[in-house]
Design a protein around this ligand. Structure first.
Ligand code: SF4
Length: 359
């Protein structure tokens, strides 16, 4: 069972920047005051009590932790030390900017029980970073990775395809450079136009158009698949649907969907079943798909979208989806009247850069 995470949001705290896409308060749904030691300890106690688990992981999300004054970082980490020593807090994770990290700061985090650091990378293209007002270049990301790895910290990489000046090709190039650096996991947040941000002004003036939902799904599908092939987990696609984010007038434009990941996974499974069907002659053929129980909704697609598409594109009616726990979550079989074709996302799917474009 996964260790429960006790999250503290410190939105914009410590952050000397205002990136064009960012309104941390709306994204995280929290104002982001610095929690007191008392509040931290009480919240941890409450999580341990309600979860019934002996240990929890503490997370400081939002903002840029290592840009906070050193004394503030200490005020957040010092109260955890007795709990880390007793095993009640198993580890600490936090997020920060790449240019707010160096060997000394990485060592400081390691010494106080931090084991995972997420860095907002967004892109490895210097022009995209500059247009996004990030205030650092791709070399800063490489340096940050180096410092964190030196301390044996797990690095989480956040990428944001679809920023001004970005293209699917640049996003894929950013991903491969990040994969080369060996992150522990990746989050993909396609850029959204959120009210009150620089992107909102750019969009209103006609200078910026975000990805459409379809384009984001096509691009994220290829990004997810490439990460999968490298064995790097993508732990999130699309922002968490917080109440703030879902309030009318918050997301002004862009590929917003509360279940973006599911759309992306359903695309992958559509492509897998489609490859296994090959070139079927239109007209009357039917098939059954077998998959792991966790994958039924991905095989079927939202509103049976994949079933309808396969009938339209391949002339094959999928009569049923059967589950079999022996199948891994990456494989399916297609049972046709005279043969069964079994395959998986690793061996039966290859995407080119062109597949990341939705045209
Ligand atoms: S994305 Fe991070 S660095 Fe940029 S303004 Fe928001 S909190 Fe600051």
């Amino acid at each position: 069972m996964k260790t429960p995470i006790v999250p503290f949001f410190i939105s914009h705290r410590g952050c000397p920047h205002r990136c064009v896409f960012c309104d941390q308060r709306k994204i995280s749904g929290a104002e982001g005051a610095i929690p007191s030691a008392g509040l931290i300890l009480e919240t941890i106690r409450e999580y341990r009590r309600t979860s019934g688990r002996p240990a929890v992981e503490v997370a400081f999300f939002g903002g840029s932790f290592t840009s906070l004054p050193h004394s503030t970082q200490e005020s957040l980490l010092f109260p955890l030390q007795p709990l880390i020593a007793s095993g009640e807090v198993s580890s600490v994770r936090l997020s920060t900017r790449p240019d707010s990290l160096d060997s000394e700061r990485a060592g400081f985090l390691r010494s106080l029980g931090v084991r995972t650091v997420e860095i907002g990378i967004q892109s490895m293209d210097d022009q995209v970073l500059s247009l996004a007002g990030r205030g650092h270049d791709a070399a800063a990301v490489e340096r940050a990775f180096g410092c964190l790895k030196e301390q044996d910290l797990t690095v989480g990489a956040q990428l944001m395809p679809g920023l001004p000046g970005d293209t699917p090709e640049k996003s894929l190039d950013s991903l491969s450079r990040v994969l080369e650096m060996g992150p522990g996991f990746i989050r993909i947040y396609p850029a959204l136009v959120i009210a009150g941000t620089g992107l909102a002004d750019l969009h209103a003036s006609g200078a910026y158009e975000p990805l459409s939902l379809e384009a984001a799904v096509a691009l994220c599908k290829v990004m997810l698949h490439r990460s999968l092939l490298r064995g790097i987990p993508v732990i999130r696609i699309g922002l968490q649907p917080t109440a703030d984010l879902q309030r009318a007038g918050t997301v002004l434009a862009g590929p917003w969907h509360p279940a973006l990941r599911q759309l992306v996974e359903a695309e992958l499974f559509h492509d897998l079943v489609s490859r296994l069907l090959g070139e079927q002659a239109p007209g009357g053929l039917s098939a059954t798909v077998v998959c792991n129980p966790s994958r039924v909704s991905d095989v079927v697609g939202q509103g049976r979208a994949n079933m309808d598409r396969l009938l339209r594109e391949k002339g094959v009616r999928i009569e049923g989806v059967r589950t079999d726990p022996v199948y891994s979550s990456h494989e399916v079989a297609v049972i046709l009247p005279d043969e069964t074709r079994r395959g998986d996302l690793f061996n039966n799917i290859r995407y080119s850069t062109k597949d990341a474009y939705n045209d």
